[in-house]
Design a protein. Sequence first.
Length: 278
Amino acid sequence: MASEIAAAPAASPLGAEAGTSLVAHLDPRRHPWLAALAAVLLLVAAWSATGTTPVALRHLWQWSPTLLLGLLTNVQISVLAMAIGTAVGLLVGALSFSPFAPLRGATRWYVQFFRNAPVLVLIYFTTYVFPFELRLVAWTVPFPDWLKVVLGLALPTSAVVAEIFRGAIQSIPSAQWEAAQSLAFRRGEIFRLIVLPQCLRRMLPPWMNLYASITMSTALSSLVGAHDVVDAAQVASNTVARTDFTVLVYFTLLAVFFAYCYPIARATRALERRHARH
């Protein structure tokens, strides 16, 4: 009997460490949003099992497909605005290093003007400046309101991206430029092979913060007639006409925007810590 006990394998320290790591990873003190989500799911399950689901929650479930379609419009606006703004901003940022003083001055005025312009004013500006449809020879192309919002958000985005790009280039030590020039690299080769790869790593965290900010700004698109998630919430609130549902639907909008932007913020912080180590 004693020999059997002595021959019994000892508990693997690797398995114990893995279990401890899993418990620490799921610690609600480290991830309070996971605990909140679990509590909400348990509450909804209890309501469903007992048949005591509140009326406002049943209405929210009925309107959830409409809200999701509206949210897709917000995501579409934010992605297109960031794509256009990033492309224009990189061009403006590159032109800010031009050897021609008038061109540098024009880019500086462009950045300062659109960085300091209110987003809502720019959205109204693009809404009323551009026509509702474009006539191209024999074709008539509609110009929807959501696309005008994209342009309105792309303008400040391009100005901020230009500043991010300029700051990233200026953060590169001048010794790298001098070393590359001593090796007979041309200016374009230095920029493309040495400077740009480092700039992209340094630009990514502020670029992601900017995307989260632009995503939250898409809530303004309903003010000019775009059918986004806020517009869907307004229609739902007016249709149901219950105070408790109105409070619930707008609280849901807050939760949805938080759930979309919070992972971006966490990823940004992780990238910043990684960049600080390297």
